[in-house]
Design a protein. Structure first.
Length: 81
């Protein structure tokens, strides 16, 4: 954004973070883990609407499993925030 001369207000940044959180909630509600969330995989379209991209590492959770493994790592799924 900076290289194009577009400034983002704090309010707009919070809205975009909310869109990312909402997208992740939708994915997780459907049993999908993105596993590669980073700035390069967050696209902005049509006036700061956020879209997530690059689902190459995404994994579908299996019903009844407490753990998911990918690339040698283990993530416990029954955590509390």
């Amino acid at each position: 954004m900076k290289e194009y001369g577009t400034m983002i207000t704090p309010q707009k940044a919070f809205e975009m973070i909310g869109q990312i959180a909402s997208s992740l909630y939708q994915l997780h509600s459907n049993g999908i883990l993105h596993l590669d969330l980073k700035p390069e995989n967050v696209l902005l379209v049509n006036g700061f609407k956020v879209k997530l991209s690059d689902f190459g590492l995404a994994r579908q959770l299996q019903v009844g499993r407490e753990y998911i493994t990918a690339h040698g790592g283990t993530l416990k799924l029954n955590f509390k925030s």
